[in-house]
Design a protein around this ligand. Structure first.
Ligand code: 0WD
Length: 255
């Protein structure tokens, strides 16, 4: 069923209360899961701790994990292993690109901007899966967040779209490797949601308007909707699904 009582999930990428990761955390918490939050830098520690505390749940952990560092990831998962032993899944909700490369023409992307976006937004999933594999002794579920801009050329999404295409391929290769360990790997392609990261994307408001006018459900996506689909992907109800991408976008992707 949908109860995650007795299960532990690592939620990576809460920046503030608007973060999609926070929507996922609330869905998991409401289903009875124990949560471990990771944050990128000291700048975010206090806001993540404050949000984690607001759940008033026992055993919640908050740990640093800058995914650009193999050492930081290894340390983070060693600490998680020492604290809880076994985990049952990971929500990877992390992405980054230079703001000036999220507008204008993709063809102007710089080499270091390209590699930075790939490093944080795509390779990090593989680096995390490698360290987390040994902690998912009872099997597990890894969920990452992607966007339609990885499947189609969407104005302004540019370098991040190419990073999402690489992330989507990583989901398939990781699913192929980790299935024998009973670890499933899937993505949710979320419709545009107004978050801190989304602010960086050029003309984001016009993208939201387009969804409200044209998407089959005629409304924008909420973090709660993404959270509940993540809950499904973490639960036993989705046990036959791996290497899959589920669009939670009011149906916009069919147009
Ligand atoms: O419209 C949207 N908001 C959509 C977002 C539509 C479809 C997909 N997504 C994806 C994003 O691409 C991302 O993968 O959802 C994921 C979560 O993004 P979000 O909830 O929109 O954005 P935000 O609340 O800003 O969280 C992203 C976080 C970072 O926040 P900051 O503001 O510090 O960039 O990613 C984390 C960080 O917490 N992050 C890192 N974590 C570890 N190590 C790193 C890093 N080096 N860099 C960024």
């Amino acid at each position: 069923g949908l109860s995650l009582d007795g299960k532990t999930y690592v939620v990576m990428g809460v920046a503030n209360k608007r973060s999609i990761a926070w929507g996922i955390a609330r869905s998991l918490h409401n289903a009875g899961a124990r949560l471990i939050f990771t944050y990128a830098g000291e700048r975010l520690e206090s806001s993540v701790r404050e949000l984690a505390n607001s759940l008033e749940a026992e055993g919640t952990l908050v740990l640093p994990c800058d995914v650009t560092s193999d050492e930081a990831i290894a340390t983070c998962f060693t600490e998680i292993k020492e604290a809880v032993g076994t985990i049952h899944g990971i929500a990877h909700c992390i992405a980054f690109a230079k703001t000036d490369e999220l507008k204008g023409e993709f063809v102007n992307t710089s080499r270091d901007g390209f590699l930075l976006a790939q490093n944080i937004s795509s390779f990090s999933l593989t680096a995390v899966a490698k360290e987390a594999r040994g902690l998912m002794a009872e099997g597990g579920s890894i969920v990452t967040l992607t966007y339609l801009g990885g499947e189609r050329a969407i104005p302004n999404y540019n370098v991040m779209g190419v990073a999402k295409a690489s992330l989507d391929a990583s989901v398939r290769y990781l699913a192929a490797d980790l299935g024998k360990d009973r670890i499933r790997v899937n993505s949710i392609s979320a419709g545009p949601i107004r978050t801190l990261s989304a602010k960086a994307i050029g003309e984001f408001n016009s993208i939201l308007n387009e969804i409200e006018e044209r998407a089959p459900l005629r409304r924008t996506t909420t973090p709660e909707e993404v959270g509940d689909t993540a809950l499904f992907l973490f639960s036993d109800l989705s046990r036959g699904i791996t290497g899959e991408n589920i669009h939670v976008d009011s149906g916009y992707h069919i147009l």
